[in-house]
Ligand binder design. Sequence first.
Ligand SMILES: [Cu+2]
Length: 204
Amino acid sequence: MNDELRFARRHRAFERHVRHAASNKRWVSRRVFINTDLEDTMIRNKIAGAGAILCTMLAFGVAEGHEFKVGQIEIGHPYSRAMLPVAKVGGGYMKLTNNGAADRLVSATSARAGSVEFHEMKMNGAIMEMRELDSGIALPAKSTVELKPGGYHVMFMNVTQPFKEGEMVKATLVFEKAGPVDVEFSVGPVAGEKGHGAHAEHGK
Ligand SMILES: [Cu+2]
C-alpha cells in the first residue's frame, strides 16, 4: 500500500469518525495508526508538501483549470476525488481568492449530498484532529484561502451516488456578503489508485 492510499484511508476513517462526533461540535481526536516514527514522518511530509503539490497542479492543471467568480471572490479549480462504491462522504477542495473586503464562506448545498459541511483537519503532534467549522471559513480582506487535503475542506455528507472520476459535481457556495454562486467540482481519480505522486494528491 503506497503512501497516498494510506493517507486517503486515514482520512476516510476520520470522516466516519467525525460523522459520529459532529453533533458534539468540538474537536475530535483519534490516535492514528502510527506504528513507527517513519510513518509519522511520512504523514508530516505529506501535509508539508502541500505547497509543492499546488505548484505541480499549476504546472499540469492549466488545461483543466476552471474558475468561478462572485463579487470580489474568485473560486479557483474546485475539485474532488472519485469515491469508493461504499463511501458516503467526499471531500472538496479549491482556492478562494478574496480581492475585496472581509467575507466568509458560510454554507454550501449540492443535489448530490444530503448536506455539505466545512471541516478543518490538522496534525497535533502524532494526533490527527478534525472538526466541523460551524461558522464557515473566514476570508480576510485581500487574502487567499486554500481548501486542500489535510487542511480546510468541503465535506459532502450522505452522498447516495458516489462521485465518479471525470464527472462534474454541481454545488452552490454561499458567501456572507458576496452571496451565492454555482460552481462545479471536477472529480479526479481515487487518491493513490491511478495517479502518480502529486497528481493523485490534488485529485486532478
Ligand atoms: Cu472532513
